[in-house]
Design a protein around this ligand. Sequence first.
Ligand code: TXA
Ligand code: MG
Length: 326
Amino acid sequence: MVSDRDIEHAVEVLRAGGLVAFPTETVYGLGADAANADAVRKIFAVKGRPPTHPVIVHLADAVQLPAWAGEIPQAAHRLARRFWPGPLTLILKRARGVSGVVTGGQDTVALRVPSHPVARRLLARFGSGVGAPSANRHGRVSATTAEHVRREFGDAVECVLDGGEAEVGIESTIVDLSGAAPVLLRPGWITAQQIASVLGAPLAAAGAGAPRAPGTLATHYAPQTPLLVVEGDLLVELAASLARQGKRVAALAFSEARPLSPGVTWIAAPREAGGYAHALYANLRRLDDARCDTIVVEKPPQTPEWAAINDRLARAAAGSPPAETT
Ligand code: TXA
Ligand code: MG
């Protein structure tokens, strides 16, 4: 339970230029006063994040948009009306006065109105924008509980609001409305199809010309253990074969049926996308904590509602060496 006193304390920390980790419906955020460039710089230092990587400004209400965005196209009003508060981030031309520290030096700003009740109380009471990336060390698995946040940062973050498990479990959908046509920069729980149906036109996928597309890094959302995504019919065989070579294997599978080899850690994941996304990062952390040689993940269905999950898994796997099965 987060009391009103907890919220007051968090607001004081923000006003003093400190960092507050807070729950959102997607993942936990590591927040600072977005109007205070020095405070935002602390986020980059604590996360170990490159300064060119912009942060999302979280607002209590779409009414605050004009303070942050220089141009608000019709499409932004439509999407905000339909999906805010909720797991959608809009990229708009920034308003004058928005710090280049927040925008990574670009002329656009990322804005979102989250729906988590604790985030809403914090933002309403603070009354201005809170710049917040996901509360994890750069490139690592996002945090979906307050405990994950404390494990990531220890004492480096003075205030952590505990709002329980993040419901959605993966980061917001990001749509860039700053150019001629809307572009999907990051898939999320709100699908490209849902956005397109509100806009009445399909979304373009992020291309080479898109501004600093999120997750263009080779590896992101990644556990420390190398991770492989494999087809379901190969999973048990691969896990058994690695185990025979004396490797310790941690698996995220749909099936409860597991190889009975020693050294295999097995998590049976929910079969529907909502439950899978909700549990995804906690599951990756558990598999990582098993300190195995390899994490193998059974490839989920390739349908629209699994698109964001498949995106995160592909990025978690990027940079991992291929399995040696011989
Ligand atoms: O669900 C979420 O979006 C969570 C919660 C805390 O709100 N936040 C989050 O923040 O995922 P972060 O910083 O981990 O990811 C935000 C992404 C980054 O990849 C960043 O590059 C991109 O948004 N971004 C921010 N501002 C941008 C801009 N002006 N243009 C293009 N991309 C931008
Ligand atoms: Mg992140």
